[in-house]
Write a protein that binds this ligand. Structure first.
Ligand code: IFM
Length: 471
């Protein structure tokens, strides 16, 4: 039900909730390769679907492109030193597949792999635990040219690539995430077309979803078999938290459908080895079938150790259009986003911290026995530097405080949550929104590449110290 009355619980209550987190709680920041690295033509890196998509006229706001981004490829030691100042214990980053295996198959590119080797050593030297994501959306272009994720072979290519990285870094990296937000890869990339590769084919998106899951399962199995020391394996989902705009049957059905494609089409096969019956029915009604082959669901349901949860907002859906129709011109059931009038971030995302609590509790209840880590949470705001260049980003601090408190509340309500990572370390390339949307704890001046910690960076460091008891 749409509810606009719930408000933030208030600073004092938030502080108490946050203080209830255990000293052992894992604290970190997250980034991804294409969003920060730059150096797209260096040391043998091949093109990815994002290099291609950014060159499509009109695809990226402001015509921005990730060729240089935060120049992290050349400034990595400086960036790790900044992380150290934050007192985080974990840094979640992704490996660029086209940097270590330029065409998506074949031998490793030693120069590209060497970058991640240096990064891992730099992190360990700084006392920071590396948390490695294998795939954060930058598919090698050659694999897209061969059909991309809608094609089954891509899942096998992904597992081979995962092993190349594991063989090199598995002696020092304990935490491995196979995929980041496969919903985005499948739905935004192949159905809605608002992310690379920018295709608009619903059936292709559903095939992509299955092959992403298959790639996850194959990669998880191979890493587990090869590991000679303990590893923590997982996947990160942006499950979203979708609520019906009203209690009407049409709105509840729209929310069920959205939840089907947002949450259950991923977590049911991952944890129960089957796709949800209602999702299969909905797809069949649209003439779409998941290309499951014998044994796939066993592979997909390979046990994993941690579910990464990325949360930014809750959404409300209606099952009727503004004229009250339940079907659109193409005969498809209506699923219309509805706003509630709450405050929004610069992304126009409504701020709903209590939705975070509900989501985490729901995930723990419906998919028990899997520890959760918040692998991304954060907000873009219009940061305004003062005359000295300082950024007093109170809105971001308020957002983070409310959401960390929401995590603590979910723990009190029984959810097994082990850590929280802010999205993101520093302002970076926000995909189709380009560089205009700033999520960072650290400001980046894209002209000079100067980094300036915002007030939120100091606030986050003090929060971590307080919870650890070493304030
Ligand atoms: O920047 C993205 C990130 O790459 C994936 N999760 C959401 C973030 C904010 O949009």
């Amino acid at each position: 039900m749409l509810d606009t009355t719930a408000a933030l619980v208030g600073a004092e209550a938030e502080r108490e909730l946050i203080a209830s987190l255990p000293a052992s709680f894992r604290w970190g920041v997250a980034t991804s390769a294409y969003q920060i690295e730059g150096a797209v033509d260096e040391d043998g890196r091949g093109p990815s679907i994002w290099d291609t998509y950014c060159r499509v006229p009109g695809a990226i706001d402001g015509g921005d492109i990730g060729d240089v981004a935060c120049d992290h490829y050349h400034r990595m030691p400086e960036d790790v030193a900044l992380m150290r100042e934050l007192d985080i214990d974990t840094y979640r980053f992704s490996v660029a597949w086209p940097r270590v295996q330029p065409g998506g198959k074949g031998p490793v590119n030693p120069a590209g792999m060497a970058f991640y080797d240096r990064l891992v050593d730099e992190l360990l030297g700084a006392g920071i635990d590396p948390w490695l994501t294998l795939y954060h959306w930058d598919l090698p272009q050659e694999l897209e040219d061969a059909g991309g994720w809608p094609v089954r072979d891509t899942a096998y290519r992904f597992a081979d690539y995962a092993m190349l990285v594991f063989d090199r870094l598995g002696d020092r990296v304990r935490c491995w995430t196979t995929l980041n937000e496969p919903w985005c890869s499948a739905m935004l990339g192949y159905h809605i077309g608002r992310q690379a590769p920018g295709r608009q084919d619903f059936s292709a998106a559903i095939h992509a979803a299955h092959h992403l899951l298959l790639g996850h399962g194959l990669g998880t199995r191979r890493i587990r078999e090869a590991a000679s020391r303990p590893v923590e394996l997982g996947i990160t989902l942006n499950t979203g938290h979708v609520l019906p705009a009203t209690d009407s049957e049409a709105d509840r059905d729209a929310a069920r459908r959205a939840d089907g494609l947002g949450v259950r089409i991923w977590l049911d096969p991952l944890t129960r080895g089957r796709y949800p019956a209602d999702v299969l029915d909905d797809l069949a009604a649209r003439g779409v079938h998941i290309p499951v082959q014998d044994g796939d669901l066993d592979i997909i349901a390979t046990p994993f150790d941690v579910l990464g949860v990325n949360y930014y907002f809750a959404s409300y859906v209606s099952g009727v259009d503004s004229a009250g129709n339940r079907f659109d011109a193409a005969g498809l059931p209506v699923e219309r986003s509805v706003t509630t009038g709450r405050p929004v971030t610069a992304m126009n995302w409504e701020i709903v911290p209590e939705g975070f609590t509900d989501l985490l509790v729901r995930l723990s209840r419906d998919y028990p026995g899997i520890p959760l880590v918040v692998t991304e949470n954060g907000a873009a705001f219009e940061d305004v530097p003062d005359e000295n260049g300082s950024i007093d980003d109170e809105q971001r601090i308020a957002y983070l405080s409310a959401h960390i408190a929401a995590v603590a509340k979910a723990r009190q309500d029984g959810a097994d949550i082990r850590g929280y990572f802010v999205w993101t370390l520093m302002d970076n390339f926000e995909w189709a929104y380009g560089f205009a949307k700033r999520f960072g704890l650290i400001r980046v001046d894209y002209e000079t590449q100067e980094r300036t910690p915002k007030s939120s960076a100091l606030w986050f460091r003090n929060l971590i110290r307080g919870v650890r008891g070493d304030a």
